[in-house]
Design a protein around this ligand. Structure first.
Ligand code: ADP
Ligand code: MG
Length: 702
């Protein structure tokens, strides 16, 4: 029997139960079973008296005598009711299943230890299907633990009678028959991080002797889990950068300087800092993989452009990829405008590019002819089609990265002989702990400073009954020369329903805000690209006062004159999405507003989200809250990264400190042995490889 043995060979399991354990809990080996941890513990050293019970839904342990049993009802509704008495009172124990067997076990006059969850039933309390054991044989006495683990379970397991008690017994038998479980971490690391040995930790996590020991065991196991996660990610980075020498952009020349001197504003300190970081990366001889985080409006595009010009100055091409057609066009327009007269040639390529545009782009990126050659190509997903081949691609900028799959990023890399430098830009603030994990192998820059003159957006929450008040407010803003966004949620399951909401909203608006006094543009997913572009332009140029849209405008659209963002059915949006939308206003000077409209009935979470939005404009704070509320699995960044963070015990939203410590240790280890090739690190490497197959494919993260 060792850690890799299959559980089906354990006493009391067998083929059938083994299949069920694998199917329901992904437990196949002894090691899997040992790593199946209780999710909470009940204190079984404490025996309650029945009169103390006042809280339903809590688990309690009672000790008492069965005074009588009876079967109530008939056929399907039959149930066994037993009365348990102690010196303070009595409680009903109810059994719907196994009535015969149970009534045989419950002997009137005998003393039992009863453990279960208390329910309120009329004005009485009862317990349904509690664990009942004769007082002399209780499980706690058998295992010697005072705290009993409660393991996750499923309906199927329960009906196959694999109860919590059964799992506990399995763990107990296993731990008593296994010799000491080999340590997975180097001794030195255990010592500096203050970790309990693995063998001890696994025993304590299942059968803790005390709260303190449980705490130490959990710490050790979380630490280990995060350590291997980080070690995998960081080693992957070493594998990638080793050998693949980066392009060297040694100079800053005319293109950069031309743009810099033509800027209409002073760069923020943060922009300067990040440009310097990128410049240093690009001349270091290593290939750059950098994530640029910056809240909406922090000026990421400028950073992208100026650094693209460094590539141009060194004879390389840049491609800038945006997540939507609208955004790509907007980037193209503003970049071409800015670079007019500089000699730098810019082109666009999107899915809806017409033949001429297409030809200009495709010929331009392979041409040596100065009149044709393209230095900067801006576009959408169309850029990663196979037909697009650059002659000298040196720099790739991916804007609003979370819209791109890992896959697509990988394909971009194949666009030129040498790996280009890569800058990934995102406006979705990612909590630090998550960034370390999702993008652990990227270097991270943060634009943590807004261009001057930004006034924080005021956010209010209005119910349907105050709609007229909203409209009066919009009238005032429009009269003052401002523009208004109205956004409807995108309902993924039903594009038609989506469209209906938006269409009704739109019709409502054009009645309330009639032409010609008011011009209202509309943008949604069911439009042709041309219509979409036409209406976007109408709004962007200031000719339309109102833009009614689905959340397609979420990313990037820059209309500084818009000062009001109305979000309809705000309860349907996630926090980060709400924050993104709000970032569309407050870009010019002057006060901007975000109005969250919602129905009356709100779930607790929706209410919390809306309250958070009204309370802060700090994207990182909102992201942290989002992580706390939803957990890492549902975070925008996680889902889109294509990576399953399947952690057993650690929690990215609460274990930030452990993560930092584990990452630090992993970095230290890799500094001395970048690829873990030294003999003493062999066990680590092997363990890592085994884990890797189990849950994360680090190689897909970039
Ligand atoms: P992001 O992509 O980070 O959301 P953008 O790059 O679209 O932000 O910039 C938002 C707006 O701020 C744009 O209109 C841009 O021209 C302007 N801007 C960028 N940098 C500065 C700066 N340093 N000072 C003033 N305005 C700036
Ligand atoms: Mg942007």
């Amino acid at each position: 029997m060792d850690l890799n043995s299959e559980v089906k060979y354990l006493t009391g399991i067998g083929e059938k139960r083994a299949r069920l354990l694998e199917k329901e809990l992904e437990i196949r080996t002894v090691s899997d079973l040992l790593h199946f941890f209780p999710f909470r513990y009940v204190d079984r050293s404490k025996v309650y008296s029945i009169s103390e019970i006042c809280d339903t839904a809590s688990y309690v342990q009672l000790r008492g005598v069965i005074t009588s049993t009876k079967i109530v009802g008939e056929g399907k509704s039959a149930r066994l009711v037993a009365y348990l008495h102690d010196s303070s009172g009595h409680i009903e124990l109810v059994f719907f299943k196994g009535i015969k067997w149970m009534s045989g076990r419950l002997v009137t006059g005998k003393e039992y230890i009863v453990f279960g969850r208390v329910n309120a039933y009329g004005d009485k309390y009862n317990m349904v299907h509690p664990e009942v054991e004769p007082a002399g044989e209780a499980a706690t006495q058998v295992t010697g633990a005072s705290m009993m683990g409660v393991y996750p379970s499923t309906e199927k397991l329960k009906s196959a009678n694999i109860t919590n008690k059964v799992i506990g017994k399995l763990q107990h038998n296993l731990l008593s028959s296994l010799p000491s479980i080999p340590e997975t971490l180097p001794r030195e690391i255990c010592r500096t991080a203050g970790l309990m040995p693995l063998d001890e930790a696994l025993r304590q996590i299942h059968f803790p002797r005390s709260q303190n020991e449980l705490k130490a065991a959990r710490f050790r196991l979380k630490w280990e889990e995060l350590f291997f996660l980080q070690l995998g990610i960081l080693r992957q980075r070493n594998v990638r950068t080793k050998g693949s020498s980066g392009l060297v952009f040694s100079r800053v020349g005319e293109a950069f300087n031309w743009c810099y001197t033509h800027l209409k504003f002073e760069l923020t300190g943060a922009q300067k800092k990040v440009i310097r970081q990128i410049r240093d990366d690009c001349r270091s001889g290593r290939q750059m993989n950098r994530l640029l985080q910056g809240d909406v409006g922090s000026g990421k595009t400028m950073v992208a452009l100026l650094t693209a010009l460094i590539a141009v100055d060194n004879g390389y091409q840049t491609c800038i990829m945006a997540p939507t057609e609208v955004l790509a066009r907007q980037h193209f327009n503003s970049v071409s405008r800015m670079m007019e007269g500089s000699g730098v040639r810019v082109a666009i390529l999107t899915g809806s590019s017409k033949t001429a545009e297409r030809r200009e782009a495709l010929e331009g990126i392979v041409s040596e002819d100065p009149a044709k050659k393209i230095d900067i190509l801006i576009g959408t997903h169309a850029l990663i089609e196979d037909t697009v081949q650059f002659s000298r691609l040196g720099y790739v900028v991916i804007d609003e990265q979370h819209r791109f799959g890992v896959d697509q990023r990988a394909r971009l890399r194949l666009k030129s002989a040498t790996l280009p430098h890569i800058l990934v830009m995102t406006a979705t603030p990612i909590p630090r702990t998550l960034a370390m994990t999702l993008y652990g192998d990227l270097d991270v820059s943060v634009l943590d400073e807004m261009p001057p003159g930004r006034v924080p957006v005021k956010t209010v929450h209005l119910g349907e009954n105050r709609r007229e008040q909203l409209y009066a407010f919009m009238e005032k803003q429009i009269a003052a020369g401002r523009q208004v966004f109205i956004v409807y949620p995108l309902i993924q399951e039903s594009e038609t329903l989506d469209y209906k909401n938006l269409q009704e909203g739109y019709e409502h608006i054009i009645q309330r805000f009639p032409a010609p006094k008011y011009i209202t543009a509309v943008v949604h997913g069911q439009q042709s690209n041309e219509n979409k572009q036409y209406d976007m332009d109408l709004f962007a140029s200031g000719r339309a006062h109102i833009l009614v849209a689905t959340s397609v405008i979420e990313v990037g659209v820059d209309v500084p004159n818009a000062t009001v963002m109305v979000i309809e059915s705000a309860e349907r949006f996630g926090l980060s999405q709400l924050h993104q939308l709000r970032g569309r206003v407050g870009r010019g000077g002057g006060q901007s507003y975000c109005v969250l409209m919602s129905g009356y009935k709100l779930s607790k979470e929706s209410r919390r989200r809306i309250e958070m939005m009204c309370a802060t404009t700090d994207g990182f704070e909102l992201a942290e809250e989002d992580l706390r509320m939803r957990g890492p699995g549902d975070m925008e960044g996680t889902r889109q990264s294509g990576m399953a963070i399947d952690l057993h015990i650690a929690n990215l939203s609460t274990d930030g400190e452990i993560l930092t410590s584990a990452r630090h240790a992993a970095l230290g280890l890799l500094e001395a042995d970048p690829l873990l090739s030294k003999p003493e690190n062999r066990p680590l490497r092997e363990h890592l490889n085994a884990l890797k197959q189990q849950f994360i494919d680090y190689s897909t993260i970039s």
